[in-house]
Design a protein around this ligand. Sequence first.
Ligand SMILES: [Zn+2]
Length: 259
Amino acid sequence: MVTVDCHAHLDFPEFGSELDAIIDRASFAGVRAIITAGTDVRSSEACIRIAEKHPFVYATVGIHPHDASKADEAAFATLESLCHHPKVKAIGEIGLDYHYDKSPREVQKQVFSRLLTIAKTQNLPVVIHGRSADAEALAMVQEAGISKAFFHCFTGPIEVGHAIVRAGYFIGATGIITFNDPSNANLIKQFPIANLLTETDAPFLSPKPFRGKRNEPCHIAVITDKLSQIFGMAPPLLKIQLMNNAIRFFDLPEVAELQ
Ligand SMILES: [Zn+2]
């Protein structure tokens, strides 16, 4: 059965020389698209190079809130020019992180706002990181007039999740739903399947039984199997729905033809 990994970091050093084998393994496991997310200009360019090499890999370009302090006018200009690449499907990973606060909050907000403006101008969806700042990130996305947004690795609060759904945006289900602590699985269960996207966030967040090891896109199957348990829905039906969500969100008609 076919699946999509809507958020991974294939350019990260954890994959190194094994990357081609990892992408092949995902293909054999039925993964029909992997979206690799840029975290700064260099990472975005690296993601595009990987997408150029592998037909079913796509890229997003952005500046992670951790790296907001590094952003300058040249970075914004480069990212905007990268949007014209045919394999670039969204602006991301962008947002706010008030948990680690690796960049000052005012700087995070300024950079996020600029990147939302680029997304709006280029008519691209956005992939949002909103750790401990989801409500504020949502407000900024809505204020920017963005029509398609994906709140990646969503862990609450639930009221913000409901607001994301009301806005017609998407929530990311990761390997956290497989953990022994059922709180994330119980949270994700509250949202309609029509608003969910599946993601590994590889090399991070390995699902059970791979916890503590490097994560990789072929593990998306563990996440979709868990979702089928949570929602009490037959895996084939659920996977088609989740795949269609990803195809619509990232505009991947060529993946639809592979189904
Ligand atoms: Zn990420």
